[in-house]
Design a protein around this ligand. Structure first.
Ligand code: PEP
Ligand code: MG
Length: 582
């Protein structure tokens, strides 16, 4: 059993699919005689690097796991010394004059054939260890690895070191039963997407990719963060029951779809969906989302040879707007960079990407790309209510630059007689500490705020949102965050603009009363959470929010706020907060 961070609830049962680098990347080619020694050395270096990595993993896990799991690492280390693998590969490089990758692939193929013919199932399965080691050496030989999710042929639980946004856009929900990753925290990209797609996920396991051989039968519980390998029949039955209970609960939640999102004493909240992949639109509607509060447009740009044209974007935005009307769609301009690193687009190499050329900073450098996107959005505004939102704003000048560009585009559209809505609202994400501190100034410049707590917490608390080592410090209820939220809401109230929240904090029913107390009127979240939040909201009273918030603001630590929230919410709604399914 391995324990990580449960980031997307639900149980999944299936075989592990170890995510490997795309095979096509390792190409065999002929080399010149004078390059032979260099290739042999490169191969030896990759072996040494692999050995070092495995020893490091072993050292790290020694204190955490039983010796049952350590044998896998020992086996891998032994394979690295196997003469058939090493001598054969070197001989192939020398005699056949092929590059190291090609020679290694040939040896691995030979191994594979031998193992495939073994009758003993257990021994045959050990072939997957050789695959894993071979992959490791190959990865080291080739430097930066390229992974691919497209290789999945049948339903499986994906076990990966990490999933980049470029990987996750390839997700086929029918094939992926769950995610298990070495890296990550609650608001890392994979976690957000998994929740949104309703795929159970456990992240931050540190070394799952080394401990889980391919095809291992496994269970993951995305609520508790538990991963069980090779479960016994008894455990299997227990989790099957859990899985069924969870699915039944999910089904029940759909009955909230058409009910208004309102407290018992009439406080109306607008609950909207966050969308990244097109299929999430249907889920938002199924869960009764009243519009899209955050349309992350990054996926349009990832994995493409070139950025999407104005026409392509326009057609997509228009269809989305038409589908959601009369509800509005808030389209966020490209937020690339930082944890949303996209090698094809972010061409600069940065020491601190989170503090670098990301979000609106990137857009204001690559003005063409932003102009194209804004024109497409504005053209879509002729077909239904659209709002434009800019990410990573850290000062008034950026907002003004963006608005100036919008004005200019509107003028051109008008001159050309292309229809658009001149009253299209323009808003910004509040997700940097500087934006919080000058929220009153910013409120004078825009039509709405949407608080991006995922980044706001990261930047305010100086805790990388995707780093499992500091995940324990990533606390939405930290007094600094509550103060930040209070001051954002105050600035919004005074300027009479709407303050929404679209970070993951909006989706946890435990925080709901605090958010009502602070004065949020719009919450945007992953689709499955809309009905979860509504279910709780309809049983709360706004009258309870003020006194509760007052108490919460007095607390000195996040743990104190959390236990207060737990106590209060359980006292108010024992039937909901005592159950494990929430
Ligand atoms: C946020 O930062 O809270 C947010 C909603 O945006 P993203 O997660 O895409 O950075
Ligand atoms: Mg953000």
């Amino acid at each position: 059993m391995l324990i990580g961070i449960g980031v997307s609830p639900g149980v999944s049962i299936g075989e592990a699919y170890l995510m490997r680098r795309a095979k096509m990347a390792a190409i065999e080619r002929s080399i010149e005689g004078r390059d032979v020694a260099g290739e042999v050395q490169a191969f030896r270096d990759a072996l040494e690097q692999s050995r070092g990595q495995l020893h490091e993993v072993k050292r790290k896990v020694q204190s955490q796991v039983s010796s049952d799991h350590l044998y896998i690492l020992d086996a891998h280390l032994m394979i690295l010394d196997d003469p058939m693998l090493i001598d054969e590969t070197i001989t192939t490089i020398q005699k056949e004059q092929v590059n190291a990758e090609g020679a290694l692939q040939r040896s691995l193929q030979k191994f594979r054939r031998v193992f495939d013919e073994i009758e003993d199932e257990y021994l045959r399965e050990r072939g997957s260890d050789i695959e894993a080691v071979g992959d490791r050496i190959l990865r080291n030989l080739m430097g930066e690895s390229q992974f691919s999710l497209t290789g999945i042929m049948r339903q499986a639980v994906v076990v990966a070191h990490d999933l980049s946004p470029a990987d996750t856009v390839q997700i086929d929900k029918r094939k992926i039963l769950g995610f298990v990753t070495d890296l990550g925290g609650r608001t890392s990209h994979t976690a957000i997407l998994a929740r949104s797609l309703g795929i159970p996920a456990v992240v931050g396991l540190e070394n799952a990719t080394s401990l889980v051989p391919g095809s291992t039968p496994m269970i993951i519980d995305g609520s508790s963060g538990t991963v069980i390998l090779n479960p016994s029949t008894e455990t299997f039955r227990e989790y099957l029951k859990k899985k069924q209970a969870f699915e039944y609960f999910e089904q029940e939640l759909l009955s909230y779809r058409d009910l208004p999102a309102v407290t018992e004493d009439g406080y109306r909240l607008t609950l909207k969906g966050n969308v990244e992949l097109p299929e999430e639109v249907a889920a938002t509607m199924n869960h009764g989302g009243e519009g899209i509060g955050l349309f992350r447009t990054e996926f349009l740009f990832l994995g493409q040879e070139s950025p999407p044209s104005e026409e392509e974007q326009f057609l997509l935005y228009r269809d989305l707007v038409k589908k959601m009307a009369p509800h509005s769609v808030t389209i966020r301009t490209l937020d690339i960079g930082g944890d949303k690193y996209a090698p094809d687009i972010n061409l600069v190499d940065e020491a601190n990407p989170a503090l670098g050329l990301r979000g609106v900073r990137f857009s204001l450098t690559e003005r063409r790309m932003l102009e194209t996107q804004l024109r497409a959005i504005l053209r879509a505004s002729a077909f239904g209510p659209v709002r434009i939102m800019f990410p990573m704003i850290s000062g008034v000048a950026e907002v003004r630059a963006c608005r100036a560009m919008i004005r200019q585009i509107m003028e051109t559209l008008e001159q050309k007689g292309i229809p658009f809505d001149p009253a299209t609202e323009v808003g910004i994400m509040i997700e940097t500490p500087s934006a919080v501190l000058i929220a009153d100034f910013l409120a004078q410049e825009v039509d709405f705020f949407s608080v991006g707590t995922n980044d706001l917490i990261q930047y305010c608390l100086a805790v990388d949102r995707g780093n499992e080592h500091v995940a324990y410090l990533y606390e939405p209820l930290h007094p600094a965050i509550l103060r930040a939220l209070a001051s954002i809401c105050k600035a919004g109230r005074e300027a009479e603009i709407e303050v929404a929240m679209c970070g993951e904090m909006s989706s946890d029913p435990l925080y709901l009363l605090i958010l009502i107390g602070l004065g949020f009127t719009e919450l945007s979240m992953n689709a499955p959470c809309i009905s979860r939040v509504k279910r709780v909201l309809r049983r709360l009273r706004q009258a309870d929010a003020g006194p509760f918030l007052e108490k919460a603001m007095q607390m000195r630590t996040a743990a104190e706020v959390a236990s207060l929230a737990d106590r209060e919410m359980t006292a108010l709604l024992p039937d909901i907060f005592e159950e494990a399914l929430i």
